[in-house]
Ligand binder design. Structure first.
Ligand SMILES: [Mg+2]
Ligand SMILES: [Zn+2]
Length: 177
């Protein structure tokens, strides 16, 4: 035992809530849970895993919403997860724009490392669930397994992702199996 904890790191948009194509979640009312996402959080928490959210929100750096505005969205997300029996132990946000060249915007691994430091996580025993290639790349760079969710990969295309599941609930179930 190294005293570090296993975790499930959830990307936010497209994993927990419906992704707004060509736009952003700018207000709490824009946050629409995907089917099964809250159950996935409850399942993971019930199994004793730490749950964290790691999310790129360039809308902050672009001035479309303040950091406090995003915090308000996440306060509601946490409360609604708790009502469903889940617990989100930490939310880690990259507020930067791609052109800022920060180390935390996925596909860079900085956000995952920040989560690991803050929550004392064993990344090698953890998993990231994401819907974008950049999630999978960030996971690989941080040495954490990844499960991609969303539409199934096209036939014959070899993805870098170790695994695929249709949604967060199936991904959590597969990781805990
Ligand atoms: Mg996403
Ligand atoms: Zn950043």
């Amino acid at each position: 035992m190294n005293g570090l904890r296993r975790a499930i790191l959830f990307d936010r948009d497209g994993v927990l809530n419906r992704r707004i194509v060509g736009g952003y979640v700018l207000r709490p009312d824009d946050f629409e849970w995907l089917p099964g996402a809250r159950a996935a959080l409850a399942h993971a928490h019930g199994a004793g895993l730490i749950c964290a959210v790691v999310t790129n929100q360039a809308c902050i750096g672009r001035g479309l919403v303040s950091a406090d505005g995003v915090r308000a969205i996440h306060d509601r997300m946490l409360a609604e997860a708790a009502v469903a029996g889940g617990r989100i132990d930490g939310v880690f946000v990259c507020p930067h724009r791609p052109e800022d060249g920060c180390g935390c915007r996925k596909p860079r691994p900085g956000l995952l490392h920040e989560a690991a430091r803050t929550l004392r996580l064993d990344l090698s025993a953890s998993v990231l669930i994401g819907d974008s290639p950049t999630d999978i790349e960030a996971a690989a760079a941080a040495g954490v397994r990844a499960i991609r969710v969303g539409p199934p990969p096209p036939d014959g295309v070899e993805l870098a992702a170790a695994a695929w599941a249709p949604d967060a609930a199936a991904a959590v179930a597969a990781f805990l199996r």
